[in-house]
Ligand binder design. Structure first.
Ligand SMILES: Nc1nc2c(c(=O)[nH]1)N[C@H]1C(S)=C(S)[C@@H](COP(=O)(O)OP(=O)(O)OC[C@H]3O[C@@H](n4cnc5c(=O)[nH]c(N)nc54)[C@H](O)[C@@H]3O)O[C@H]1N2
Ligand SMILES: Nc1nc2c(c(=O)[nH]1)N[C@H]1C(S)=C(S)[C@@H](COP(=O)(O)OP(=O)(O)OC[C@H]3O[C@@H](n4cnc5c(=O)[nH]c(N)nc54)[C@H](O)[C@@H]3O)O[C@H]1N2
Ligand SMILES: [Mo]
Length: 762
């Protein structure tokens, strides 16, 4: 069983941050040939009047550090400001079939797209077209389809302004088919928190870091995926706040941090220990682990009552604000420690140690990421986080609350401005009045439903606002042929990726400005905005010249598509909106006055302006009007796991230190000590012995499923790793062919990418 002491972190050669970080930034600036002048733009990153980083969604403080960016944010900036170009000449020398043979990394590494292109079947090449031609042709095609056979996908990077225009375009066209990257990510949060606290988002803000006494970290790799947050963690640690981590892998970024912005820490070996307890929970063991903590707390409260001591539970909060406590407590009492230990892979002692810290703290935050949401029972995991918080009233008071750490830089904001396939989440009546049209009322398709429909031949076209779906979604071998069967694929993108090459009968590539770039329209330079992980809205202004004269902004492209498709059916003056984005912000404010009143006036508020969040004030917009406890359906998070099969392994899929989702910066993973190879499987050495394989061997992995479909990935090199027995880890997206489309979270339909039942092929 895994230990719970984080002191023996010395086996790792690197702390996150530190000199390794500085070196990695220098390397990518050189590799991408970012002009020196360009490197200076890093100083504008995440500043109140600068641009919002295109990487993660972590909060941007009112008083930023001089360098308010991290290694990975700098890489993302370098990736966009590269001096390499994929121009029409590039395509004239490479056929699409040839490019299909390229590695994903090489496709994006080739540089920024520069001009609108259409696929030409006779030459098997992309050829340049004018923007007008592209819009006209796409509009004509869309006019031929049933709107419900068209999917409008948004990857979470596009601004609030662009996203608002995109959903309005889709709805005026006639569909709620508005899936977004959230469907593969924090949808379990949107569903779970909505039911538990009546808000689909976390409730903490930056100031809560100063008031908290304890933080939990479940299944998020902060050092790689939201590194700027290390500053707040480090400050809290300096105040003596414990951090308790649950993660199957000992992630260096969760162990120690050397601040690359602090000269003293860089010159001396001073590093902050991040996690004070580190629990290597089994993959899929979090519900059981959380339950073990709850059990200790409830038992201690029973004892306190018996001995007439002060209560451990916040009984006032439970009585006034919640329902369902009794049933939950009954379930907790009835669950045996044997089951908790078996499923979590952690000892009772370890879980009691976590519980004791929890019982001492007056205010606790629970941070979590994909390690909780991407499971068959991912929604249950989120509800378990709430159960734990409710026991001691840890929500709606300073320093306490659930903290889902979002992915893409505006993924939370896209939802806030109407990108959703669920009609009940969009203010359709308001939109109907505001724009004098009849919005579609039937439910649209989420990602899993859209791909199911595509496999059945029921989808005609996909309009992608960013993203790389043939790589990011499950079941590659089944979805690629379906994608090729589409009549039309339209990709608004900055760089070439696989989904542009595996294309529909008619295919367009519409290259857009990155938000790092100056966006000049008729009324002058434009700003856009996004919402961070803590529900604060920020303005963002581009700082570098556009990568090419032929590029257009995302609002321009959406408006062009909308005009050509909707023609006289449209009641929006799209040209006016494109000329001046502040008009779009005024419209957003009209649709959601609570969140966005005085939007333009508040756009540059240092630290952002906060959305309305009733749960923060202990107002519960749930069905019962109270915060709702939840009784878990089962301890095990993966009902598909054949737990009695001795060959079965649980595969979790991860990001490396050198990628942004499907964008692979390099093949190495510095923190995990893996060099130049992403086709790897991390495995416990004892499991290797039992499965009769050895480190360095290349194996074929296959999915265990009863649907008759063979899902295999060959050429995976085994790496001996400190990971719980029975669990293995591989990289996303390389392992996605192993993930069945139907293996997704109940209710939220998030693909269960963190627990795939697999075995080694003999
Ligand atoms: N540099 C960089 N930044 C990013 C991204 C990126 O790719 N690169 N992606 C962005 C996006 S869209 C997102 S959603 C976030 C993703 O950020 P994360 O939420 O960190 O997602 P992953 O990297 O997939 O890793 C999840 C972590 O969960 C652990 N884990 C795996 N299975 C389990 C489990 O069953 N239980 C527990 N407790 N832990 C588990 C893994 O060891 C890993 O540390 O980051 C965002 N930021
Ligand atoms: N197995 C497994 N699968 C997963 C996950 C996992 O952990 N494991 N994670 C899931 C998660 S959390 C997510 S969020 C999804 C992400 O899935 P996607 O949204 O499909 O993928 P991204 O890699 O974020 O999209 C990258 C592409 O976006 C385009 N792009 C970049 N910047 C811009 C821009 O400014 N504008 C526009 N229009 N385009 C731009 C570029 O062309 C780039 O190639 O993957 C999911 N899939
Ligand atoms: Mo994500």
């Amino acid at each position: 069983m895994a230990n719970s002491d984080a002191d023996d972190a010395h086996e790792y050669p690197y702390a996150s941050g530190g000199w390794g970080s500085v070196k990695a930034v220098a390397e990518i600036l050189t590799r991408e040939k970012v002009p020196l002048k360009g490197a200076a733009i890093l100083l504008h990153q995440n500043k109140p009047d600068g641009f919002a980083c295109v990487s993660c969604s972590w909060a941007k403080p009112a008083h930023p550090h001089k360098f308010e960016f991290c290694e990975n944010g700098a890489k993302a900036t370098a990736w966009d400001t590269t001096s390499k170009r994929v121009s029409p000449e590039f395509f004239s020398t490479h056929t699409v079939s040839e490019l299909c043979e390229w590695h994903d990394h090489d496709l994006e590494e080739a540089g920024r797209l520069t001009a609108p292109m259409r696929y030409d079947a006779s030459t098997d090449k992309y050829i340049e077209v004018s923007w007008e031609e592209a819009f006209e042709d796409i509009g004509r095609e869309l006019g031929r389809f049933d709107p419900n056979s068209v999917v409008f996908y948004a990857s979470g990077r596009a601004s609030l302004e662009t996203s608002y225009m995109f959903q309005l375009f889709a709805r005026m066209y006639g569909t709620n088919n508005l899936p977004d990257s959230s469907n593969m990510c924090h949808e379990s949060t949107s569903v779970g928190l909505q039911k538990a606290i009546g808000a689909g988002v976390g409730t903490i803000r930056l100031e809560d870091f100063d008031a908290t006494d304890l933080m939990f970290f479940f299944g998020h790799n902060v050092g790689t995926n939201s590194p700027r947050m290390l500053h707040q963690l480090q400050d809290a640690r300096k105040r003596g706040v414990p951090i308790i981590t649950f993660n199957p892998l000992r992630e260096p970024g969760l162990l120690r941090f050397a601040n690359p912005q602090s000269p003293t820490e860089m010159l001396t070996p001073a590093q902050t220990q991040i996690s004070t307890q580190y629990h290597q929970v089994k993959v899929g063991g979090d519900t059981a682990a959380l339950l073990g903590i709850c059990k200790t707390v409830i038992d201690a409260d029973d004892e306190a009552i018996a001995e007439a001591k002060p209560r451990i539970l916040d009984i006032d909060f439970i009585d006034t604000h919640t329902i369902g406590f009794k049933a939950f407590a009954q379930y907790v009492r009835a669950t045996s420690w044997d089951d908790i230990e078996r499923v979590s892979g952690l000892t009772r002692d370890a879980l009691e140690a976590a519980a004791h810290a929890y019982m001492k703290a007056n205010a606790t935050i629970v941070h979590y990421g994909m390690g909780l949401t991407q499971h068959r029972l991912g929604v249950q995991n989120v509800r378990m986080v709430c159960n734990l918080l409710f026991l001691r009233g840890n929500i709606g008071k300073p320093g306490a609350g659930p903290s889902p750490i979002r992915g893409h830089s505006n993924v939370q904001g896209q939802r806030t401005v109407g990108i959703t396939e669920k009609p009940e989440l969009a203010p359709l009546d308001v939109l109907a009045k505001q724009f004098d049209f009849d919005p579609p009322r039937e439910k649209g398709m989420n990602i899993v439903e859209a791909f199911d429909a595509m496999i059945e031949g029921k989808v005609n076209a996909v309009i992608n606002l960013g993203g790389n779906l043939v790589r990011s979604v499950p079941d590659r071998a089944r979805i690629e042929p379906a994608w090729r069967g589409l009549k039309l694929t339209v990709n608004v993108a900055t760089k070439l990726n696989r989904s542009h090459l595996v294309h529909g009968a008619k295919a367009y590539l519409l290259p857009c400005l990155s938000r790092i770039e100056v966006d000049r329209q008729a009324s002058g330079e434009q700003a856009v905005s996004m919402e961070d992980s803590t529900g604060c809205m920020h303005g963002s202004r581009g700082a570098t010249p556009p990568a090419a004269a032929g590029l257009r902004s995302e609002p321009f492209i959406i408006a062009g598509l909308a005009k050509a498709t909707l023609k006289e059916r449209s009641t929006v003056d799209w040209d006016r909106w494109v000329a001046d984005y502040s008009i779009v912000r005024d419209e957003i404010a009209k649709t959601w006055p609570d969140n966005f009143h005085d939007f333009n006036a508040r756009l540059w508020t240092p630290g952002g302006f906060a959305r309305a969040l009733p749960a923060r004030e202990r107002t519960w917009k749930t069905e019962s009007g109270r915060a709702e406890f939840y009784v878990p359906e089962m301890l095990e998070e993966d009902p598909d796991m054949p737990t009695r099969d001795p060959h079965a392994l649980r595969l979790t899929t991860l990001r490396s230190d050198d990628q942004f989702n499907t964008t692979i910066y390099s093949l190495s993973d510095r923190f995990r000590g893996i060099e130049d190879d992403r086709m790897v499987i991390l495995m416990n050495p004892d499991d290797m012995r039992d499965h009769d394989v050895h480190a360095g061997e290349r194996i074929t992995m296959e999915t265990i499923a009863t649907d008759g479909v063979q899902r295999r990935v060959a050429g995976l090199k085994l790496v001996a790793y400190d990971i719980p027995r029975g669990c293995v880890a591989g990289y996303y997206p390389e392992c996605n062919p192993l993930l069945p489309l139907w293996h997704h979270a109940k209710e939220s339909k998030v693909p269960a990418a963190k627990s795939i039942p697999v075995r080694i092929v003999r």
